[in-house]
Design a protein around this ligand. Structure first.
Ligand code: ADP
Ligand code: MG
Length: 406
């Protein structure tokens, strides 16, 4: 398999301590880390208060940090080989901009929430592929958030209730400071996931259940393929889809599409299609967007039920149905994602789908362990055939949430 190019788990906390000391001329107070995530199913449902099912990745962002006596935030990203310095008082919506927003934004959000937080020195590094739909952004926020919680005695890692407060701060950092209007799935995964389990998260109530997800026992592997394709459409289209979901709910007189009973879906779609034949072409788009969201939420329930029965054939079928729905109804896939999915299915995967927001990013495939390397090679070969740059495939297991490492 072609996972040699990626450090398979995380940068070593000990080596990050060394880097910290040589950069800052003093030892760090500790090392914290948080995982990237991959969503098994439940795509484009978090912002309607739907259901999602992420696992934490073994790939993590690691942060060596120390308190400062003033209000300065000095962060070095070894991943990017860049350093940023900003006074905490200057952090706010849109400021400082760029990658430092994700780090400094967490300190700002914690202050906004009434916590006494001062400046820090930090060195971060990551094995989470950046911008691949695997949530390197939340991994960065939550690693820094975990550090700040311990350094300023906020006790926000103590239990899930406390962790939810940190989740909220990390979401504010991403939405308000970095200006990325994402739902809260990523930060919840980074702070609540458990090893060997998927996080069954109800985005409306915030309720979670930990569903056993241990493929090894069943001779299976979850193969992630980072397509390394980034389409410039992506950002604007996320907002457009979000608005379509809101408009559909409005027309149905509901708060969100979460409120559509899957058994009454046909009726709801009839309403959206409109009575007059002249309306139909214009409304067809809304019908398809709503159909994706409502059926996808139902597929999350079905996936959880199948996982409880160790019925991986059904899990695979649900993955593939989800992909078709995202491709045809929600229209957020792209040629690179479709090819990775089709190639995996052709190689004998039980199921495969795009994961994340779409228009690039990553796909996942549920494959027999002995077929994983061959499947990855076939995907790489299929990309080469089209003259596309090489994707990157690697097998993952369900890792643990943010924590102190040293
Ligand atoms: P994803 O979360 O899917 O990886 P995003 O676009 O949400 O993609 O977040 C990627 C952004 O997060 C990067 O462009 C960068 O600003 C920031 N980021 C993530 N990891 C790091 C890192 N290790 N060092 C510096 N910035 C990072
Ligand atoms: Mg992100």
């Amino acid at each position: 398999m072609t996972h040699d190019a990626l450090p398979s788990t995380a940068p070593s906390p000990a080596s990050l301590l060394d880097t910290f000391e040589s950069l800052h001329g003093r030892p760090a107070d500790g090392v914290w880390s948080a995982p990237g995530r991959v969503n098994l199913i439940g795509e484009h449902t978090d912002y309607v208060g739907g259901l999602v099912l992420p696992i934490a990745l073994p790939q993590r962002t690691v942060a060596a940090c120390a308190r400062r006596g003033d209000d300065l935030v000095r962060v070095h990203s070894a991943t990017l080989d860049q350093t940023a310095e900003i006074a905490l008082g200057e952090v706010g919506p849109g400021s400082p901009g760029g990658w430092p927003s994700y780090a400094a934004g967490v300190l700002w959000a914690l202050r906004e929430a009434g916590h006494e937080v001062g400046g820090i020195d930090a060195v971060i590094d990551s094995s989470v592929p950046v911008g691949a739909g695997l949530s390197s952004s939340a991994a960065l926020e939550c690693a820094v958030g975990a550090a700040v919680s311990d350094l300023f005695d906020l006790a926000l890692l103590a239990d899930d209730t406390a962790r939810r407060e940190l989740i909220a701060a990390c979401i504010r950092a991403e939405n308000d400071v970095a200006g990325a209007a994402t739902g809260g799935m990523d930060q919840s995964a980074a702070l609540l996931c458990r090893p060997g389990h998927a996080l069954y998260l109800d985005c409306r109530s915030g309720e979670v259940e930990h569903i056993p997800f241990d493929l090894e026992d069943h001779g299976l592997v979850l193969l992630v393929t980072d397509t390394r394709a980034a389409h410039t459409l992506a950002d604007g289209q996320y907002e457009v889809r979000r608005r379509a979901a809101e408009r559909a709910a409005e027309r149905l007189g509901l708060a969100t599409l979460r409120d559509v009973d899957p058994h009454a879906l046909d009726e709801a779609l009839e309403t959206l299609a409109g009575d007059s034949p002249g309306d139909r072409p214009g409304n067809d788009e809304l019908v398809r967007r709503a159909r994706h969201v409502v059926t996808e939420i139902d597929r999350v329930r079905a996936t959880v039920a199948a996982l409880r029965e160790d019925d991986f054939d059904t899990v695979g079928e649900l993955f593939t149905t989800s992909h078709v729905s995202l491709r045809d109804d929600f229209e957020v896939s792209c040629a690179e994602l479709d090819l990775a999915v089709e190639t995996a299915l052709g190689a004998g995967a039980l199921g495969a789908r795009m994961t994340g927001g779409g228009f690039g990013g990553s796909s996942i495939a549920l494959v027999p362990a002995e077929a994983a390397a061959h499947t990855a090679d076939l995907i790489t070969a299929a990309y080469a055939d089209r003259g596309w740059s090489a994707p990157h495939s690697f097998a993952v297991t369900a890792g643990g949430a943010a924590r102190r490492d040293l």
